[in-house]
Design a protein around this ligand. Structure first.
Ligand code: SAH
Length: 217
């Protein structure tokens, strides 16, 4: 084995160790994050920092989230093997790829066509055929595939968008950041019961805003 390969393995081990330290203890989530290399999702000059626990810039002025936040959100989402999952905010596609390791079917929407196109290419390269990536305004959800067992939003709205609440199955879970985009936001977990919604705050986070309409690229 070359030196490069062993140091890659070492970096990966440190990455997983760090995730555990940050509170990601669910074995399925850790296994999924071990299987999905963050490298291909971070292109260009930032790819060397793919294993750092930090958000990094991607195309269209957006960011790939911090791995520990991806892990904590995925853990809170409690994805089951038979679940149909909706992600709003494809970005690089990293979060969707991890979800694909955990769920039966993943739909992911982004308002930037260029991001959706790039993410689709990586999904194909990695053989992740259970993900459908769509260009659109995800705050309206995806009516034709609703209801969803799980919904994850990776951009911040002031409140949970009504159409997403409506498209959550009974017994379903939605995880999303809420709050104003230039302030610290809260990551919340919404659980839909027979009689309504329960809300739980998980941790303070900072995400790019959920923006209306389609992007120019
Ligand atoms: N989950 C991503 C990170 C997402 S960054 C990853 O794993 O890399 C947030 C993304 O939300 C951006 O790509 C942005 O374009 C998208 N976004 C913002 N508002 C949106 C909307 N209304 N509908 C769909 N996508 C939106």
């Amino acid at each position: 084995m070359s030196e490069g390969a062993s140091s890659d393995a070492e970096r990966k081990m440190q990455f997983l160790f760090h995730l555990r330290q940050r509170g990601i203890t669910n074995t399925r989530v850790l296994t999924a994050m071990e299987a999905i290399d963050r490298g291909p999702f971070v292109r260009g000059v930032f790819s060397e920092r793919a294993y750092d626990d930090t958000p990094l810039p991607i195309a269209c002025g957006q960011t790939i989230s911090q791995p520990s936040v991806v892990g904590l959100m995925t853990q809170a989402l409690d994805v089951q093997p038979k679940n149909k999952v909706l992600e709003v905010g494809t970005g690089s596609g990293y979060q969707a790829a991890i979800l694909a390791k955990l769920a039966r079917r993943v739909y992911t929407i982004d308002r930037h066509r260029a991001l959706v196109r790039a993410a689709r290419e990586i999904f194909d390269e990695l053989g992740l055929h259970t993900i459908t990536a769509i260009t659109g305004d995800g705050s309206f959800g995806l009516t034709e595939q609703a209801p969803f067992d799980r919904i994850i939003v990776t951009a911040a709205a002031e409140d949970p968008p009504g159409p997403l609440l409506a498209q959550l199955a009974i017994g379903g879970i939605m995880v999303l950041p809420v709050g104003q985009s230039d302030h610290v936001q809260s990551l919340i977990k919404v659980t839909r019961g027979e009689d309504g919604f329960e809300y739980e705050e998980i941790l303070p986070v900072r995400f790019v805003p959920l923006v209306e309409g389609l992007g120019k690229d």
